[in-house]
Design a binder for this molecule. Structure first.
Ligand SMILES: Nc1nc2c(c(=O)[nH]1)N=C([C@H](O)[C@@H](O)CO)CN2
Length: 116
C-alpha cells in the first residue's frame, strides 16, 4: 500500500473528559498515514490522481474547530472516518498526542488504524 504521510500536525481543539478541559482549545499533535494507490499519480504527475494533503489538513482543522470530543479515542475515530469517506482513502493510521497534560511525561494519546 502506498502512503501519504502528515507528521507532527499541530491543531487547536476543545478536548478532554472534564468539562473545564473543554472550555478552551488546547494543542494536539497528529501523525497520520493515509493509504492510497499512488501508481497513477506517480505516472501522470496530476494532483487529481492523488489525495491533496493540504486539503486534508485544512479539513482536519475545520472539523476540529466545529467539533469537541471528550476522549482522544473518539477524536481519532472521527478523523479516520472523515478521511476514509471524504477523501476516498483505502486506510488511515492516526496517532493523536496530547502534550503537557501529565507531569513527568512528554505526551500521551492513542494510535488507531481503520480500513475501508
Ligand atoms: N484513554 C484515555 N484516557 C484519558 C483520556 C482520554 O481521552 N483517553 N482523557 C483524560 C483527560 O481528558 C485528561 O487528559 C485530562 O484531565 C484522562 N484519561
Amino acid at each position: 500500500m502506498d502512503i501519504i504521510f502528515l507528521e507532527q500536525v499541530k491543531v487547536q481543539t476543545k478536548l478532554g473528559v472534564p468539562d473545564w478541559e473543554r472550555m478552551m482549545p488546547q494543542t494536539i499533535i497528529l501523525d497520520i498515514e493515509i493509504g492510497y494507490d499512488l501508481t497513477n499519480a506517480c505516472q501522470s504527475d496530476a494532483i487529481a490522481d492523488t489525495i491533496d494533503y493540504g486539503a486534508v489538513v485544512r479539513r482536519i482543522r475545520e472539523t476540529l474547530t466545529e467539533n469537541s470530543f471528550k476522549l482522544v479515542e473518539a477524536l481519532a475515530e472521527h478523523l479516520c472516518q472523515l478521511i476514509l469517506k471524504e477523501f476516498g482513502a483505502l486506510s488511515v493510521k492516526i496517532k493523536v498526542a496530547k502534550p503537557g497534560i501529565l507531569p513527568g511525561l512528554k505526551a500521551l494519546g492513542v494510535a488507531i488504524e481503520r480500513k475501508v
